[in-house]
Design a protein. Structure first.
Ligand SMILES: *Cc1c(COP(=O)(O)O)cnc(C)c1O
Length: 441
């Protein structure tokens, strides 16, 4: 470790704690009033509206290509389920002090890709496909996008290639949607990616390239290959505005679901949302959408593994993607494969720098305890990465300074709504589920 790094670590207390792989809770000193923070961003609510309309235009195609989305008329959306028995269990067994109600946002059950990546990843490919189709005169405003499922469109898209680097779930989402449209698609998988994800993609006709190294390397290789082919498009998970906006749409839909369940969100009824974080795109985009929709009444926290807290490291040091978890002596290795990222997105770090309330880190062993608790109390399964979300609600009571600064006293917290954002799970094979349930670290 060089001298600069040693001084940096010494000057940011939370980094010293992170370095020894302890669990930490961090309050973001840069959090600003939502309106001010949002006004400083290059993206606005109308960008989210635009993304939402595009997904509505593509709904007839989604419904045609993925019949399981028919009940939702081609919109890929997940249920919001109250989990009172899990809340009680977290309070009793995990020392949480959750007042108010606890819900699970079940992106773990999202159609087509089985994870939160069904939002950003699918949106990005649909946007790219619409751009190509418009450019080549295949569609005009007002056309029925069911045409995207036709042999003529598939033939057209088969001339184009898609590349993406992934720890697993992004590859599933990009691979499945791209193959459905007819593209030649290659997924560059890092060493952390699970075998069943690679196998599933290959059955869909996706080319899977495997790398012995981590996620950043897989991304680099994908980018390089895409650059050599003028007919190809590289999905850049670290810098993509389109991915970010696809995720942000979730907030608009959540507002409708809360209303339908008569859940109020206002100063006296705060909303706490806890989001598992890898490179930052999914939790960042969702946070942007939530702050744009609920303003100061929503409090967003990211949760990362103690061995791979890249976003927290980038934000707390201000170095964004100029620092990696390996730089402070962490391994970057975690059973939470969706969160196994050593270096965060700079774009996301900047976008949420004044929107994010704080971060928690969690040990892998605890993720499996949450996984078992959810199975026992609610008969629900979500993957280890997704279980990180519970840690936010569990640790909130330790953030005394934050709660005081935002006038979140006991009476107000009694009225609070907590949402654990479950980011993946439904595609996990039964044998893997049983192995997870039996894992005690
Ligand atoms: C990708 C992923 C995340 C985090 O998303 P990022 O955009 O990488 O921050 C969380 N949970 C699961 C299951 C994921 O697949």
């Amino acid at each position: 470790m060089n001298q600069d790094m040693k001084e940096l670590i010494a000057s940011v207390p939370v980094v010293r704690e992170m370095q020894s792989a302890q669990e930490v809770c961090w309050e973001n000193p840069r959090l600003a009033p939502a309106q001010e923070a949002l006004s400083r961003l290059p993206l606005t609510g109308s960008d989210i509206d635009d993304a939402q309309s595009r997904l509505a235009r593509f709904a007839p195609f989604i419904q045609a290509a993925f019949p399981e989305t028919a009940p939702n008329h081609g919109l890929i959306e997940s249920p919001l389920t109250e989990i009172p028995a899990m809340k009680e269990c977290l309070n009793r067994r995990f020392d949480a002090k959750i007042a108010g109600r606890l819900f699970l946002k079940r992106d773990s059950d999202l159609a087509v890709a089985g994870s939160v990546k069904a939002r950003g990843g699918i949106y990005e490919i649909l946007k790219h496909s619409e751009d190509l189709a418009v450019e080549h005169g295949l569609v005009r405003p007002g056309d029925d996008y069911a045409a995207f499922a036709s042999p003529a469109f598939r033939e057209f898209f088969s001339k184009y290639a898609i590349h993406v680097g992934s720890t697993g779930n992004l590859g599933l989402s990009i691979g499945i949607i791209s193959a459905a449209l007819g593209y030649r698609v290659t997924v560059h998988m890092s060493a952390d990616a699970r075998q069943w994800k690679k196998d599933l993609l290959r059955t869909k006709g996706v080319t899977v390239m495997e790398y012995a190294s981590d996620y950043s390397r897989a991304v680099q290789e994908g980018r390089k290959l895409a650059e050599q082919d003028p007919m190809s498009y590289f999905v850049d998970d670290e810098n993509s505005v389109n991915l970010f906006l696809g995720y942000a749409v979730a907030a608009r839909r959540l507002a409708g679901q809360l209303k339908a369940q008569h859940v109020a969100v206002d100063a006296q009824h705060p909303l706490f949302v806890d989001l598992p974080c890898g490179v930052g795109g999914a939790p960042g985009g969702i946070t942007f959408g939530l702050k744009e929709t609920f303003g100061d009444n929503v409090h967003c926290f990211f949760v990362e593994p103690t061995q791979a807290p890249c976003m927290l490291l980038g934000m707390a040091t201000g170095k964004q993607n100029d620092i990696s978890v390996q730089d402070i002596g962490l391994t970057g290795l975690t059973c939470a494969d969706g969160l196994a990222v050593g270096r965060p997105s700079k774009f996301v770090g900047k976008a949420v720098g004044e929107l994010l309330s704080g971060e928690m880190t969690v040990r892998d062993a605890v993720l499996f305890d949450y996984l078992r608790a959810l199975d026992e109390t609610e008969l629900l399964f979500i993957e280890p990465s997704a279980c990180a979300a519970f840690h936010g609600a569990v640790k909130l009571h330790t953030m005394a300074h934050y709660l005081k600064a935002h006038a979140l006293c006991a009476e107000v917290l009694q009225n609070a709504t907590h949402i654990a954002w479950a980011t993946g799970g439904v595609l996990v094979p039964q044998a893997e589920r049983s192995a997870y349930l039996a894992t005690h670290l």
